[in-house]
Design a binder for this molecule. Structure first.
Ligand SMILES: [Zn+2]
Length: 336
């Protein structure tokens, strides 16, 4: 049964993960063509994804959180902070990320009284996948641009080039180029026989149990990182590891690489990183969720998808339905 589930190709598997569903043509071939970019930016098809203090513009509707894009003419001085960043096209519109200042933020909210600037990580629980992906892509570039205002070699200011996808040091003698950075992280669902291992970090919200995860260190393969992190976090030794799917996770700049792993045994223990680790069978997991003893991560996360895949392979049922019925995500459904 497990093999049947995994016969889906990796692109399909990864596209189920929120933020990975951006189907934009990124138009990389036009990034260094200022004339083309200017024409696209001034055309009726331009749409701007505003970012104010790293927050995204969303409207709270009956269908959940909807992304709000600005049309040409809705905002003056598009380059008030820095030039807009070309994101790409969905075939109908050209999307640009736009950093706005406090005064522009007030103007935007006056034009869109139904909308608010919200933390994407919280709001995305209830978002359409395509638009969550566009906002995540914009937020990731915005974060990188703001964390690299100055050259890391000589300290002079950097300037944006390639329509927001490259930074170049203003010091002509240095002229160092830098590109968006992503921090790879592994995340892994560990199983042994009919049980899976979930852990609880003391810094997480109350009752939250999830898969194990950690950053890949220099000099490590993704698989090395899985083996090391699992032992560091739960003192579990692994016998096999399989790659499943990946997810962009712009909080602030990770790429999550998801794995299934089988443990050699159920020997495990709490560590400095995890205050509790538990082996749970399907019925134990169902009971723990129903009684609110265990709260799983939100469905937007690859962590939840890995647990849901394991659950489906074990019993054929839908974990998201079970959790929604138990009500543990209700408090997150509407975010003010
Ligand atoms: Zn420099």
């Amino acid at each position: 049964m497990a093999q049947k589930q995994l016969s889906i190709d990796r692109i399909t598997l990864s596209r189920r993960n929120l933020f990975a569903s951006v189907r934009l043509d990124r138009l990389a071939e036009y990034r260094d063509d200022p004339k083309w970019v200017e024409n696209a930016m001034n055309s009726a098809a331009a749409r701007f994804v505003p970012l104010w203090r790293s927050r995204s513009l969303l409207a709270n509707t009956d269908e959940g959180q909807l992304a709000v894009y600005l049309k040409p003419g809705e905002l003056e001085h598009l380059d008030a902070i820095q030039p807009p960043t070309l994101l790409g096209t969905d075939g109908k519109r050209y999307f640009f990320a736009l950093s706005i200042n406090d005064r522009q933020q007030e103007n935007v909210l006056a034009l869109h009284p139904e909308a608010r600037f919200l933390d994407l990580r919280l709001a995305s629980v209830d978002m359409d996948a395509k638009h969550a992906g566009v906002l995540a892509y914009a937020k990731a570039l915005h974060y990188w641009q703001y964390r690299h205002l100055f050259c890391g070699i000589c300290g002079h200011p950097n300037r944006l080039e390639s329509s927001g996808h490259k930074l170049v040091c203003n010091n002509e003698e240095c002229a160092r180029q830098s590109f968006p950075r992503i921090d790879p992280a592994i995340i892994v669902l560990i199983s042994h026989g009919d049980a899976c291992l979930l852990g609880r970090n003391a810094n997480w919200p109350p009752k939250r149990f999830s898969t194990l995860a950690g950053f890949v260190e220099p000099g490590e393969s993704l698989e090395d990182a899985v083996v090391r992190e699992v032992f560091e976090e739960a003192q579990v030794r692994l016998s096999t590891i399989r790659y499943v799917s990946s997810q962009p996770w712009p909080f602030p700049s990770s790429a999550m690489c998801g794995f299934f792993a089988e443990a050699e045994s159920r020997e495990c223990g709490p560590t400095d990183e995890m205050e509790e680790v538990r082996w749970l069978t399907v019925s134990e997991l169902e009971s723990a969720v129903a009684t609110d003893e265990v709260r799983l991560p939100p469905p937007v996360s690859i962590a939840f998808q890995l647990i849901a895949d394991w659950y489906r392979q074990q019993c054929g049922r839908d974990l998201e339905k079970l959790v929604r019925e138990a009500g543990s995500w209700l408090s997150r459904k509407r975010i003010e």
